[in-house]
Design a protein around this ligand. Structure first.
Ligand code: HEM
Length: 463
């Protein structure tokens, strides 16, 4: 059976969707009718992204953004075809990551200082994450080793070890509202679950959760509040972010010191003890802080968006809720298809061309910035017939771009998939049904993530 999320409900059954206005009805920006109207980054653009992708696929699959390149006089290009995006992310030598440019700029100073046994003299805005990337994973080979040795055991394939903790956390959240008939699904489930899970994995005390969430908001600020293809913040926003993150760095520093003194069963303790085989040595405090920082940046919010979109897809199609409740074997396909049609991270401007390239017949000069529009690639009709439809029996389900692909594919994909699976396992076990409560606007937050601001839902508990 097919589900067509943008036409609210199951294609061959009628459902009452009178509660839900079209995604774009309340936006500040007009729904694009032609290429001239397409703007993926302006205020309110979030309400029309998927209409814009259809236009881009038909008229400008490689879309130039004049003057949006990294250096003056260069351009950025939005890639919206599945095959182009996949080609770019699978070839890191030819399409450099922006972060590797940042790493190369600080690496000589760090290496020189290490050899002389002194602190490196770095630009003021160099944070622990860049430093740890420069020392622990500056090359492709070390990038792989870093993932295998340091993060995979906790947030990659090894994340199955958290099954019991994630299940318990999901149940505790459900316990806190199961006696009510209406909740905000986002602030009472989709958001706190991944936050609590990540804090537990890293080993942060539970009572620090709200403070951590506060710092987390600052960390992801460019992706949530930033403007344009480069997620730019205003000077005032940068200053606020820098101040908040200084406190966060101090906090993590204290946590690392504490774990060195009193080891526990958590990822930070592991990072204080492990010998990084690729370099044959232990990690310094700043390196551990850098790894933690990357985990919080990548993992604090993203799964929230996936869960919130899945809840909406299920409110749109009550039959699908029941089908998945009955048949657990279909849930994996649902989760993957939901991430495909509603990618949490819609796009990232993280790659540079290192030579002249041609995409879809369009010449893209060397040194151009590429905006990889994962969400558009996921609904490319050349890759996915009936691209906007959820098809539980799709071939290569899970082959979408939402976690990217290739050697730099999201290192937390394993954890996120497990979290989503267990979250729905508990929700299907404890809720009879799920439907929209009145009063939803379905408006989205600014920035590059697909984040519905609020989602009032009603349910009947399952007895
Ligand atoms: C639905 C949830 C998630 C989505 C959609 C997502 C998506 C992505 C994407 C698109 C990238 C960019 C990959 C590239 O540049 O090719 C990325 C990178 C990253 N993600 Fe995720 N992610 C999710 C969950 C997580 C979680 C749970 C964690 C950690 C616990 C995490 C940690 C990271 C990190 C550290 C990176 C940067 C890797 C690097 O340095 O190259 N992510 N993620």
């Amino acid at each position: 059976m097919d589900y067509d999320p943008w036409h609210h409900g199951i294609s061959d059954m009628s459902t009452d969707n009178s509660e839900k206005p079209p995604n774009h009805a309340l936006s500040e920006m007009r729904c694009p009718a032609s290429l001239d109207d397409v703007d993926l980054f302006g205020p309110g653009s979030q309400e029309h992204w998927y209409e814009a992708y259809d236009i881009l696929h038909a008229e400008a699959p490689v879309h130039r953004l004049p003057g949006e390149g990294l250096s003056p006089g260069t351009d950025a290009y939005t890639l919206s075809k599945y095959s182009d995006i996949a080609r770019v992310v699978k070839d890191p030598d030819r399409f450099r990551t922006l972060i590797s440019a940042a790493i190369d700029s600080v690496r000589p100073a760090i290496e020189e200082a290490n050899a002389a046994g002194r602190e490196p003299d770095l630009p003021a805005n160099t944070n622990a994450m860049i430093i740890s990337m420069a020392t622990l994973r500056p090359t492709q080979q070390l990038y792989r080793a870093h993932r295998q040795e340091l993060t995979d055991p906790w947030v990659g394939p090894g994340a199955t070890r958290h099954t019991e903790m994630i299940t318990r956390t999901a149940d505790e959240l459900i316990d806190s509202w199961i006696d009510r008939s209406e909740i905000d699904f986002i602030s009472e489930f989709a958001r706190p679950l991944p936050q609590a899970v990540l804090a537990a994995i890293l080993g942060f005390p539970r009572e620090d959760l709200s403070q951590l969430a506060h710092w987390g908001n600052f960390q992801v600020m460019p992706f949530v509040e930033g403007n344009g293809p480069r997620n730019k913040l205003t000077r005032e926003q940068w200053t606020r972010q820098a101040e908040a993150l200084e406190d966060f760095e101090e906090y993590v520093q204290d946590q690392v010191a504490e774990k060195r003194k009193r080891p526990k069963e958590d990822m930070i303790t592991f990072l204080t003890q492990v010998t990084y085989q690729a370099l044959g040595r232990k990690l310094s405090n700043i390196e551990i802080i850098g790894v933690v920082y990357a985990m919080v940046l990548g993992g604090l919010e993203t799964t929230q968006y996936a869960l919130a979109e899945q809840a909406q897809l299920l409110c749109d199609a009550p039959e699908l809720f029941q089908e998945l409740q009955r048949d657990a074997s279909k849930r994996r396909s649902f989760i993957e298809e939901a991430m495909r049609v509603r990618a949490p991270t819609q796009g990232l401007s993280t790659r540079l061309t290192t030579r002249d390239e041609v995409f879809q017949g369009v010449h893209v000069p060397s040194g151009s910035l590429l905006h990889l529009r994962f969400a558009a690639g996921n609904v490319d009709p050349e890759e996915y017939p009936c691209p906007h439809r959820i098809q539980l029996d799709r071939k290569r389900v899970g082959g979408h771009l939402s976690f990217s692909q290739g050697p730099r594919i999201c290192p937390g994909a394993g954890l996120s998939r497990i979290e989503q699976t267990l979250a729905w396992e508990r929700l299907f076990a404890r809720l009879e049904n799920l439907r929209y409560a009145p009063g939803n606007s379905f408006l989205h937050q600014p920035g590059i993530m697909l984040g519905t601001l609020k989602l009032a839902v009603e349910f009947d508990p399952r007895h």
